[in-house]
Design a protein around this ligand. Structure first.
Ligand code: SF4
Length: 425
């Protein structure tokens, strides 16, 4: 299908945005792949059907009480937050809920997932945080279940807020760099004061409410001892740990990157060995479980590995519809679509070249990835990690060497477990 829908010819690095796009996207100089090289009309004519959006990230508050040095929203290439309102207005909440409900109805979705995001979403009170969730629940068809999670730095969690979130059916996910103060020196407030103490208080509180606890996200920091980070996070009893590779690309490679180095695989495998050989399953580690599932040929919902279509859309505080926030690490405006909840439904997003490219699986990848024996598991890696200036998002991941070592090691562990009769649980 690749040859039918794309061209490898050198095309201009920019073309006009899709019909109806507002000027907010028109000024963006998008990457050649996919924006100049993916013909979505030909793709549809060839029979490729889009997958509906299933997860909606709502930017309910676009400012943060912390100023983490690696934050993709505030510290990386895209500075679009400066032009947006701090808080999503009631009118935008209502319009967003209508658009989500309309999408759920037209695609007969049995479930949609809402993620309340920021900035720091808890900078608004729980009532304001619950408003979009209640609006979506009221608007969707009777057969659509709505789940909701707030992703927070945990510094503003209090018993009252947690009770209010639980009453609204909103679970809580926390971003943290490890379970000790030394792991979190990059997570400080705008005056440089460490955020860990308040976050630890919030996490201890959350650990007493397992029904509300979604898990912890932790960006890998090579300067920290991996097993110490993992063990210290266990002290907060997270049901799930999400280990994230730092946002990076070929023009802005991650620390420690080199032609023969695999420091991220080494770091992650130290954690894997501790987790895999633990006598009891004390938490789930999402990345490892996803790799295992993909090795076993099971379906996964991840957008960071494998070939499953991306199905996440972002609604900014001003109502702009965007692609995943992580793209903002590539270049200014990389997540922009020119679409808006006031004027566009989510089907328009499905035909946006940036979104459509992330639903192509193997066809979206470079020849080297398509020929790679690990492609069904790796999938070319996380989309923003593939970015190279002048080419776009089609190359192998900047973490390719690490991913190969990581996946092969886990495959060997799985094989050994099968031989010895140990079941993955
Ligand atoms: S990024 Fe590397 S490991 Fe992943 S599919 Fe491409 S070539 Fe294979």
């Amino acid at each position: 299908m690749t040859q039918a829908i794309t061209s490898d010819a050198v095309l201009p690095a920019h073309r006009p945005p899709p019909a109806g796009a507002d000027p907010g996207d028109a000024h963006v100089r998008h990457a050649p792949w996919p924006y100049a090289r993916l013909d979505v009309a030909a793709l549809r004519a060839a029979g490729h059907r889009p997958s509906p959006v299933r997860q909606f990230v709502l930017k309910t508050h676009s400012r943060c009480n912390l100023a983490c040095t690696y934050c993709y929203v505030y510290e990386m290439a895209d500075q679009s937050w400066r032009d947006r309102p701090a808080v999503m207005s009631a009118a935008t909440v209502r319009r967003a809920a209508e658009r989500i409900a309309e999408h759920a109805a037209s695609h007969r979705l049995t479930r949609v997932d809402l993620v309340l995001h920021g900035g720091e979403p808890l900078l608004t009170g729980p009532a304001a945080l619950a408003a979009p969730v209640e609006a979506v629940r009221a608007a969707v068809p009777p057969g659509t279940r709505v789940t909701a999670t707030v992703q927070t730095n945990a510094t503003l969690l209090t018993p009252g807020r947690l009770d209010a979130l639980a009453a609204a059916g909103i679970r809580v996910g926390v971003s943290l760099d490890g379970g000790l103060p030394a792991h979190n020196t990059r997570r400080a407030d705008h005056a440089g004061r460490p955020g860990f103490g308040a976050a630890a208080r919030g996490l201890r509180l959350l650990a007493r409410h397992p029904e509300s606890y979604a898990g912890v996200l932790c960006v890998v920091d090579l300067a920290q001892d991996p097993v110490e980070v993992y063990e210290s996070l266990l002290d907060f009893a997270p049901p799930t740990i999400g280990l994230l590779l730092p946002l990076a690309n070929w023009g802005d490679p991650p620390p420690g990157h080199g032609p023969r180095a695999t420091p991220y695989a080494d770091w992650l495998l130290a954690v894997f060995e501790r987790w895999w050989h633990d006598g009891e399953r004390r938490t789930r580690v999402r990345m490892f479980e996803e790799i295992i599932a993909l090795l076993l040929g099971l379906p996964t919902a991840t957008e960071t590995l494998g070939l499953a279509p991306a199905t996440t859309a972002v609604i900014e505080t001003d109502g702009a519809i965007e692609q995943a926030d992580s793209l903002k690490s590539a270049y200014e405006g990389a997540a922009a679509t020119g679409l808006h909840v006031d004027t566009d439904d989510f089907d328009r997003l499905l035909d946006h070249p940036g979104f459509a490219a992330r639903q192509l699986g193997r066809d979206a990848l470079a020849a080297g990835c398509r020929a790679c024996e690990l492609v069904d598991v790796c999938g070319g890696g996380h989309y923003p990690h593939r970015y190279r200036a002048g080419e776009g998002f089609r190359g192998p991941s900047v973490y390719c060497a690490d991913l190969q070592v990581l996946i092969r090691h886990i495959a060997r562990a799985l094989h050994a477990a099968a031989v010895t009769g140990r079941a993955a649980s």
